[in-house]
Design a protein. Structure first.
Length: 136
């Protein structure tokens, strides 16, 4: 029985190695990067632009909570996320504030126009709710 098992296992392993190194596999690996679609975050980088992120101090957070800017419109307010927007000439500026137990992070984004903002607002909010607000 052992005499039959060892050659059978060896054949199975060698067959797997030959498939892994086959020409079809090499062609697939060479063509795959061009055919893979980009992630949602990467595709959204063409929709909006991250202009900057930073951590806010306790005093700055309190001041912004008590005295919000008059030219900003509140888009969303959750326990851990606030999104504000304003219209500047030619662009829509969006500020997102993400809170956790330790700090408040604020990020600024720019959309090309009101039409682009209206079209992608829900997707943008969904991405921020999924904790994709990152600083670089």
């Amino acid at each position: 029985m052992k005499l039959l098992a060892y050659p059978l296992i060896s054949i199975v392993f060698l067959a797997g190695c030959s498939v892994y190194k086959s020409d079809g596999r090499n062609q697939f690996e060479a063509a795959a990067p061009a055919k893979i679609s980009t992630s949602a975050l990467d595709s959204s980088s063409h929709i909006y632009k991250l202009t900057g992120c930073r951590n806010q101090s306790f005093i700055e957070t309190w001041f912004n909570d008590e005295f919000p800017r008059a030219n900003y419109e509140l888009v969303l307010m959750d326990n851990d996320l606030e999104i504000w927007r304003t219209t500047q000439p030619g662009v829509i500026q969006v500020k997102a504030f993400q809170r956790d137990d330790k700090a408040v992070q604020s990020c600024s984004y720019e959309f090309a126009s009101v039409a682009v903002w209206d079209l992608y607002k829900d997707e943008f909010i969904r991405e921020l709710n999924n904790n994709l607000m990152i600083s670089e």
